[in-house]
Design a protein around this ligand. Structure first.
Ligand code: ZN
Ligand code: ZN
Length: 703
């Protein structure tokens, strides 16, 4: 979700990513009149909702009656390229350029040639484009790429530096610039370029891979290590990244721990969650320090310190097992069973100065002596600095005694506070924070009372993105406290019951419907534009590219609250790396291509075919589409995809898959970025919530 650290002041970028512009949006050129060609309309419809290949064939039928319309040729060129016919795409782009002789159209021919592994011919087209418009970033970047492919890195550096300077913060331009510097043998400059690429978008993992390689060549092992660790975290199954990590480990000049591997699957305990009576403040049981999938993490001990005196109780009898003074550190240890005897795993408390307290059962309840102000701090939390919690902490053996599970039992208002401050930057506008509070509170209540997704783990919600990020007391401020107090008990309701309100970081410009994403026909999960201008969704290949190469125009446009990389992003995924990753699961053989099979009105890809030499594999759920198509996941499924080929024994084989995408997250329900933009524009939190969940109202819980 949105992390305040990532939010930068970005007014410099708000003019739009000039380099990424496609030909049709060149400034000062009036759009061509809409063609009255029903066949072209049919082809566009097919492209948008159906099979790319069928759409390409339909464009072939359309140009027979509209051969003078450059847009039909340009749309068809995109469809043919995406259908895996790069050479035909070149012919179609040439037709479009002949009818529409502008620099950008020439550059599009250049790009089609470049993707079809014809850098010399591409170079000529880019030169022609630059002769008529020397400032075209679209042509400059292409020309740089062509020079790089032709073994002229010095010229490539010169061209791509211009792009990187004109539109700073564009990962792709800096990435290619880094590659050009590498070819020149200028490693320090390559490092700087890669650092900019990764700095502009932390999800640009390709830049991390090249950056760590560059560091290794310069024997900067500690620097390489930091990025290799991130790569392994992003793709734990990658043998290559792990092997590199192992090679670098002995070379480090100070110790750095390898990343912890995810907890093993463990047996299921009975549910321990209490139903809610509807009158008292609901108490939530939060699984603390959980894995990304929301399971209890493997831990052999838990160290606790209080901001005042606290007690450990036997939850069954209420008996006091130990009394701890303020600031005293106690560690609950899991004591393994002794081999060969009838002994069981048990728990034992140890203080930092050597005292020991016995624990008769398999759980303890920790409670501060002053419940209103008490905070208990978990000192050893692998993914966090020590975190303090209001309410009680329950530590219990879990999974057949294999691990210690940590649960924070806390009232929903205090819990909401810990979510608001973790899920949205505190400096966000007030009404956006309030909308976040209402949605977070409602979401928690819904999970507790309706989906009950964590009953097998013995808690209501986990503290990770899987449910929603809960940070404990750490990030509380007077500002977030006010937000929670002023919305106390407020929840989103539909037909008198708590609604299933979900949210993501950035919708990309238009939210996605529940039906489209395959999550069911929830009446208030509709696709809505994140804007108050009436915008029609993109309806042709050209319009979709225009939509994704320009900033969103609505409430979620980049601002001092909305990071540009959340709104629009690029990736350049090497085909070899993707082939290796996909083969770990599907045994596809050689990766021959990727083809979109289904798109929806919001522009999101709902199904995609992975074409392999041995077998094809259809990917059709959000999680797989995002997690499998990149080295490290993609930010969203809202993207267009260009395949760049290389020649191998006269055949074209994929070299790189270039994604141009928008948004971060599933895009169903509330858009956190848009909520901040709406609040800035003066909307109230009620209006904001209702904008994303049409038909939902704000109600008040009875406590
Ligand atoms: Zn969860
Ligand atoms: Zn949005």
């Amino acid at each position: 979700m949105i992390q305040s650290l990532l939010l930068l002041l970005v007014s410099a970028f708000c003019a739009g990513p000039a380099w990424a512009q496609s030909p049709e949006e060149a400034p000062g050129v009036a759009p061509a009149p809409a063609p009255s060609n029903a066949l072209a309309a049919k082809a566009r419809g097919l492209y948008f909702s159906g099979d790319t290949l069928k759409a390409a064939e339909a464009f072939t039928a359309a140009v027979k009656v509209s051969s003078g319309d450059w847009r039909v040729w340009a749309d068809g060129a995109i469809a043919w390229a995406e259908a895996g016919r790069p050479e035909r795409a070149v012919i179609w782009q040439r037709k479009a350029a002949a009818l529409n002789d502008r620099a950008e159209a020439r550059a599009s021919v250049g790009w089609a040639l470049l993707r079809a592994a014809e850098p010399a011919a591409a170079d000529e087209e880019f030169s022609r484009a630059l002769a008529s418009d020397p400032g075209s970033s679209w042509a400059l970047l292409g020309a740089g790429r062509a020079k790089l492919a032709l073994g002229k890195p010095r010229e490539a550096v010169e061209l791509m530096s211009k792009v990187a300077r004109a539109a700073p913060g564009q990962s792709l331009a800096d990435y290619y610039l880094g590659l050009a510097y590498e070819k020149l043998g200028d490693e320090p400059s390559a490092v700087e370029a890669y650092k900019r690429a990764v700095g502009a978008d932390s999800y640009f993992y390709e830049g991390r891979a090249t950056l760590s390689r560059s560091y290794l060549r310069q024997r900067r092992y500690n620097d390489a290590w930091r990025h290799l660790v991130k790569l392994v975290e992003a793709d734990p199954g990658s043998k290559l990244a792990r092997a590199m990590l192992n090679k670098v480990r002995p070379l480090l000049t100070r110790t750095a721990e390898p990343p912890t591997s995810p907890a093993a699957t463990v047996a299921l305990p009975p549910s321990e969650t209490e139903p809610w009576d509807g009158k008292s403040v609901p108490v939530l049981r939060i699984g603390v320090s959980s894995t990304q999938m929301g399971r209890p993490r493997q831990r052999q001990g838990a160290t606790i310190r209080g901001n005042g005196p606290w007690k450990a109780l036997d939850p069954k009898t209420g008996r006091v097992l130990l009394t701890a003074a303020e600031g005293e550190r106690w560690t609950l240890r899991r004591i393994p069973a002794k081999k060969g005897k009838k002994s069981k795993v048990r728990l034992e408390f140890h203080s930092s100065d050597g005292k020991v307290a016995a624990v008769p059962g398999d759980a303890v309840l920790l409670r501060g002596d002053e419940p209103a102000t008490s905070q208990l701090q978990l000192e050893d939390d692998p993914d966090h600095t020590p975190r303090a919690f209001r309410g009680d902490l329950e530590l219990a053996l879990f999974g057949g005694g294999k691990t210690i599970r940590v649960v924070n039992a806390i009232g929903i208002e205090d819990y909401t506070h810990g979510v608001v401050s973790a899920e949205m930057p505190q400096r966000a506008p007030f009404e956006a924070l309030k909308a976040q509070a209402v949605v977070a509170r409602t979401h928690a209540l819904f999970i507790k009372t309706v989906t009950r997704r964590h009953r097998k783990e013995g808690y209501d919600l986990c503290d990770e993105q899987h449910c929603q990020v809960y940070g404990g007391v750490k990030a509380e401020t007077a500002r977030t406290r006010t937000v929670v107090n002023e919305t106390r008990g407020r929840v989103a309701i539909y037909k008198g019951k708590p609604a299933h309100v979900i949210y993501s970081s950035h919708c990309g410009g238009r939210t996605q419907s529940g039906v489209d994403i395959g999550w069911g026909d929830v009446p208030y999960w509709k696709s809505v534009p994140d804007s108050d201008i009436r915008e029609t969704p993109p309806a042709s290949p050209l319009e979709l590219r225009r939509f994704l190469s320009d900033w969103p125009k609505g409430f979620d446009r980049p601002s001092s609250y909305v990071h540009p990389a959340h709104a629009r992003w690029t990736r350049a995924v090497p085909a070899k790396a993707l082939e290796e990753k996909l083969n770990r699961q599907f045994k596809i053989g050689k990766l021959v291509g990727l083809r979109v099979l289904r798109r929806v009105a919001s522009g999101h890809v709902e199904a995609l075919l992975v074409i392999g030499s041995k077998r094809n594999k259809k990917l059709d759920d959000e999680l797989n589409l995002r997690s499998l198509l990149g080295v490290g996941s993609l930010r969203s499924t809202l993207f267009v995809l260009d395949t760049e080929y290389r020649k191998e024994a006269k055949a074209l084989v994929p070299e790189t898959f270039v994604f141009r995408g928008g948004g971060w997250g599933h895009a169903v329900g509330l858009c956190q970025s848009g909520a901040m933009g709406r609040a800035e524009a003066g909307q109230s939190y009620e209006t904001i919530v209702r904008a994303y969940f049409v038909g939902v109202d704000i109600g008040k819980l009875d406590y």
